[in-house]
Design a binder for this molecule. Structure first.
Ligand code: NAP
Length: 247
């Protein structure tokens, strides 16, 4: 982490709910000024920001669809104007709809790649020019990439791309003292995982890891907070699975 005497600034994409919201709370608690990015949930994002501000943190909500390069440019510009240059970027925004590959529509393919891959690409490209020395970037992969379950072909393909970005970009930032890592969660109890599943399916997933439970958003927030903090300064270009031992 840099040694400048300023409040460190963190952008969390997709922070209106789920893992991103837990992350925004955790980073605010750790002393960061936090940008709560969202695409279509303004009420949740504003409520989260109000809560963070009430607890004494600096926080703003910024609407930006990460799949749109202009939106992402604006996200960084607003952040710089209101809070300062970015120290931590967490590429958490993502979508998942499971479907057999043969039944996947062009629209679903495009949406999944646009948000999960192009969205991460857009923020990384912007970050390259704009982040402070000593910064931290944390991308989001998924343990599903290791499981190869039917229905996850397109989603896993997007997360494989994110892992590739992570490992190459870490090297491309040579000399900037910026680390680039990814976290690959197992099943976490958020709407992305829970929606559309029966109780029985949820229980099956919950029993899969040796720790025999679903992950909670805070389980991932603490891993990302570590990667974003001073103690993980020597960890770079790595994919960290956080999944209770599932794979
Ligand atoms: P979630 O509860 O569905 O939340 C997704 C967040 O992403 C929301 O805040 C949503 O905001 C935002 N988002 C969606 N499209 C966006 C866009 N185009 N631009 C900006 N923000 C956008 O999902 P989650 O479970 O917290 O997942 C977070 C990350 O973890 C994802 O990358 C996911 O692939 C990964 N992951 C999750 C699990 C799991 O089991 N939950 C496991 C492995 C990996 P709006 O509502 O405002 O659009």
């Amino acid at each position: 982490m840099n040694t400048l005497n300023h409040t460190r600034v963190a952008i969390v994409t997709g922070a209106s709910r789920g893992i991103g919201a837990a992350l925004a709370r955790r980073l605010a608690r750790d002393g960061f000024a936090v940008v709560v990015n969202y695409a279509s949930s303004p009420a949740e994002a504003e409520a989260l920001v109000a809560g963070l501000q009430a607890a004494g943190a600096q926080a703003i909500a910024v609407k930006a669809d990460v799949s749109e390069a202009d939106d992402v440019r604006r996200l960084f510009e607003i952040t710089e104007q209101q809070l300062g240059k970015v120290d931590v970027l967490v590429n958490n925004a993502g979508v998942l709809k499971t479907t057999p590959l043969a039944d996947t529509s062009d629209a679903l393919y495009d949406q999944t790649f646009d948000i999960n891959v192009r969205g991460t690409f857009n923020t990384l490209r912007e970050a390259a020019a704009r982040m402070n020395e000593g910064g931290r970037i944390v991308n989001f992969s998924s343990t599903t990439l290791a499981l190869n379950m039917p229905g996850y072909a397109v989603y896993n393909a997007t997360k494989a791309a994110v892992e590739a970005f992570t490992q190459v970009f870490a090297k491309e930032l040579r000399g900037r003292n910026i680390t680039v890592n990814a976290v690959a969660p197992g099943p976490i109890a958020t709407s992305l995982f829970l929606d559309g599943k029966t109780d029985e399916q949820i229980q099956t997933f919950a029993k899969m890891p040796p720790l025999q439970r679903l992950g909670q958003p805070d389980d991932i927030a603490s891993v990302v907070a570590w990667l974003a903090g001073a103690d993980a300064g020597w960890v770079n270009g790595q994919i960290l699975r956080a999944n209770g031992g599932l794979a």
